[in-house]
Design a protein around this ligand. Structure first.
Ligand code: ADP
Ligand code: ZN
Length: 361
């Protein structure tokens, strides 16, 4: 069983990783000092499978826990849904010391975290991420948000959870494509931060795809460690945290051009990482071997490296509307070694367009 600590100037917290964490969860809630009424927020897919068990677990820790279910999917990450949760929290008598538990994927985590950050100016929340993507990405780092009709995550805050419990047992029911989207971010951590981890992923493709316990525990723990390490150094995304955006500039353009339907997030990021690798090579930062290793690893893990239904022109325009583009300056996160990145602003248009042409099918 793994344990990662996110050390911050204020609001540090612990992340537990392992299979069947019930005893740890119970002990934590017993001793945390929350007031008695607790709200579990989940979606109907996850709720059907796990809400009874989690409610029972929290009750066994002495909390009067009830569950609020949202419809699954990104469209639930909105102010209207947040308002329904506030209403339920008020009706259930949640006070300033009550805890909200996010039981679900990234949608549930971001939305429940947003509600926790704002209800009564902020109440404690605990993350129990159930998707691989949420376990390695959105449950760590304290970004909470809802979408606005004109863009994703436009309304939000930095708000750290009190604790994160990453129970790998949840992954047994996750659909294969949702595993894939998590693997996209996991490859990213190896590529930007840790060559040895990248090599581990290269060696253990079949074990990872088969969700073998040891492999799963290693890749989730290492990913969380890397993310925690980056967040610790740059909680509010003023600098280093940008490196986590590797593959995302082009990835976001691909998601937009395919109406957020054809590719899920991790798949779009995988294609975006291929694009960023081509740009890195064109600038002479890396050679063919590194590009080939990245492309090959993504193929081994069943991740796409080319996008259908996109044009270079449309994608090129999109990158200037990305949320992370400031004053028309794209911060390109590029590989300068395997396991290391550099941020560049001066990438010539022809090089970007050429890379985009290479990732279009
Ligand atoms: P993310 O990929 O950011 O975690 P979602 O929160 O939308 O995005 O989760 C992806 C999908 O997987 C949703 O339909 C959700 O209901 C479902 N899901 C999440 N965790 C599990 C699980 N452990 N078992 C089955 N389905 C799950
Ligand atoms: Zn991402």
């Amino acid at each position: 069983m793994g344990e990662v600590n996110v050390i911050l100037p204020e609001n540090s917290y612990q992340i537990d990783i392992g299979k069947n964490l019930d005893d740890k969860v119970r002990a934590y809630f017993k001793g945390a000092g929350f007031s008695s009424r607790a709200l579990v927020v989940t979606d109907s897919n996850v709720g059907r499978l796990y809400e009874n068990a989690v409610e029972a677990l929290l009750r066994s820790a002495g909390l009067a826990a009830e569950t609020y279910r949202i419809p699954p999917g990104e469209r639930s990450k909105c102010l209207a849904e947040a308002e329904k949760i506030y209403t339920r929290a008020i009706a259930n008598g949640l006070d300033r010391k009550s805890v909200i538990c996010a039981l679900g994927g990234g949608v549930v985590g971001d939305l429940a975290g947003f509600v926790a950050a704002t209800y009564m100016r902020g109440i404690p929340y605990v993350q129990m991420p159930t998707s691989l993507l949420a376990q390695v990405d959105s449950s760590v780092g304290g970004k909470v948000a809802v979408n606005h009709p004109s863009g994703k995550n436009l309304i939000g805050a930095f708000y750290q959870p009190k604790r994160v419990f990453i129970d790998l047992a949840f992954l047994s029911t996750l659909p294969p494509r949702e595993i894939c989207t998590g693997l996209g971010e996991i490859v990213k951590y190896g590529a930007i931060y840790d060559e040895a981890f990248f090599a581990y992923l290269e060696k253990n493709g079949p074990a990872i795809l088969a969700l073998e316990s040891q492999a799963l525990e290693h890749i989730v723990t290492r990913s969380v460690e890397i993310k925690a390490d980056v967040v610790r150094q740059d909680e509010r995304e003023n600098g280093l945290r940008r490196i986590l955006n590797f593959g995302h500039t082009i990835g976001h353009a691909i998601e937009k051009e395919t109406q957020y339907v054809r590719y899920n997030h991790g798949e779009a990021v995988a294609i975006g990482m291929a694009g960023a690798a081509f740009i890195s090579r064109a600038l002479g930062l890396i050679d063919d071997t590194i590009v080939d290793r990245l492309l090959h690893l993504m193929e081994t893990l069943h991740l796409p490296i080319k996008a259908k239904g996109c044009t270079a022109d449309a994608m090129y325009k999109d990158i200037f509307h990305d949320k992370k583009t400031v004053d028309g300056q794209v911060n390109w996160v590029l590989l300068d070694a395997l396991g290391h990145v550099t941020v560049r602003r001066d990438v010539p248009e022809e090089i970007v367009r050429d890379a985009m042409a290479r990732i279009i099918e």
